[in-house]
Design a protein around this ligand. Structure first.
Ligand code: HEM
Length: 186
């Protein structure tokens, strides 16, 4: 029933390749994919096993000394400009971090599901507690909430709001359900 969650969309693998080659090197990508026993090339129209991306990330963790959680966060931060380029036409130009997050589930992940039947983004239930606080409930069997935290930070960076936004998981970050608190100061 939920076998789609054993896979991740090829666009995410291509973005991971770009992240690794830009942040580290091309050699590093070859090394990581060799160690993970995967090919280094992923098509953006297909999906690939979650176990592949997890093995690549684990191997990146060994090489860099960063934890898996830290790598996923850094990758999430990195991929935002590319993600926005790919789905830019769905972004209202008047939006900033707060509105993008409020609309991600309905508009952005909605568009992804509509345009790309091979993609199955996670469910994000975003609650607006008040004008300074959003609580995001992440739910996905892929357990990539640290990637979600990174994406939120990357969005804040994109809109130059990083200084005034605090992002923090308030439950265990490697679970299927994770609550993420996003506080807007000022
Ligand atoms: C705003 C524009 C966004 C776009 C265009 C976008 C697009 C996508 C796409 C194409 C995927 C791959 C789905 C698949 O593999 O089947 C994905 C996955 C994911 N997205 Fe988004 N996303 C956006 C925003 C966000 C935000 C704001 C968050 C976090 C709050 C987020 C969290 C994630 C996570 C964690 C995944 C990995 C898959 C999983 O955990 O199940 N995304 N997204």
């Amino acid at each position: 029933m939920n076998e789609v969650h054993h896979e991740l969309h090829g666009s995410m693998f291509s973005l991971l390749k770009k992240f690794v080659t830009h942040t580290y090197s091309e050699d590093m990508w070859h090394q990581l994919t060799n160690e993970a026993h995967t090919t280094g090339n992923f098509e953006t129209t297909k999906s690939y096993p979650m176990s592949d991306i997890l093995a690549i990330i684990k191997s990146a963790s060994h090489h860099t000394g960063l934890s898996v959680i830290e790598i996923e966060e850094k990758f999430g931060e990195y991929l935002v400009p590319d993600l926005f380029k790919m789905y830019g036409s769905y972004l209202n130009p008047s939006w900033k971090t707060f509105d993008v997050l409020l609309n991600t589930e309905r508009v952005m992940h909605g568009a992804v599901r509509h345009l790309n039947s091979a993609a199955h983004p996670p469910i994000l239930n975003v609650s607006q507690v008040n004008e300074h606080l959003l609580i995001i409930d992440y739910y996905s069997k892929r357990k990539l909430a640290s990637l979600a935290v990174g994406i939120i930070k990357g969005i804040a960076d994109y809109y130059k709001e990083k200084e005034s936004i605090a992002v923090k998981p308030t439950t265990e970050p490697d679970a299927e359900r994770v609550q993420i608190r996003v506080e807007f100061k000022s």
